[in-house]
Ligand binder design. Sequence first.
Ligand code: MN
Length: 356
Amino acid sequence: MEPRIDRLSKQIEDSGVDAYVVTMSPNVYYFTGSISGGRLIVTPKEEPTLLVGRLNLTCAQDQAKGCGVKPYTRKEVIDLMVGELSGANPKTVGFDEISLNMYNDLKQKIPDVELKAAPEIVRNMRMVKDEDEIRLMRRAAELADLGMDAIKDCLRVGIRENEVAAEAAYAMRKEGADALAFPFIVVSGPRSAYPHGGVTDRKIKEGEFVTIDMGAGYKEYKTDITRTFIVGPPTEKQAEIYETVLSANLSALQKIREGVPGTEVHAEAERVIGEAQYGEYFIHGLGHGVGLEVHEGPSLGKSSKDILEIGNVVTNEPGIYIPGYGGVRIEDTVLVTSSDPVCLTKTPKDLDAMRV
Ligand SMILES: [Mn+2]
């Protein structure tokens, strides 16, 4: 397959910019294979150049493929960028992301050049995973499942949220995760109504919902999984809420197919939760792409403009959050294929499996 960096140079010409600067580390990795970060300057005709801080020079020289590598000091970096861009004599330069400082510094040197945020070029490329990426994401998902196994083993009355997080992190890292995909969320009791409630030292009590949202990182790729456990037998209301979220998850999963708009997948979950009279408590979009970052394209939500393609990897994470009471979210990382959607995360999610 054509190297990604070459595909980027070609796309530059089609997308109305004369040169492109990659500043986000995951994107630098995507195009060069280097974890060094830096600023990758890509023009349609010349060899791309990766400018890196001296701290990361050896790393970039060892890892970066398909580009030259040059070191910079903070004082030199703007001049070096301008120098690398000058060969293309650009009228417009696109960026995946540009800080206000970088914008102002560049504008002083090249006032007549338009500097344009053009994240969609890279976003659209990264949305469609190739076979190597899918292989790494499958492994990352297996590691997340091992983390969930560890959680199921340790979850009991009296354990603290932070201890639960520690057990899962240890299990995942010991089995080969090189990172956590993002900081843990372990929310118990009334805190389970906070979709992004972090972790505290709260002790878990009998009869509570405990929602754990976490993911493993494996060779730069991430996965995302959420399960809500119930400590002890569920009440009728807990069971009703849980089953509603599960139905929404399973129903939306069947919509995660090539050609389906992100809005439609979200709407399916919304329909199921709404019909159960919990619509007002489903307060976020259904899902997001996952890959080198835990939040990337495509999006599954009310304002999504994306249409699913084969090779997309997205989360499917409906939830119900009742203030003062608690909440449930069930999330898997799902691969869009030419036939049925495939959940990469495989931890069981039927109500019986969630009782600890
Ligand atoms: Mn998620």
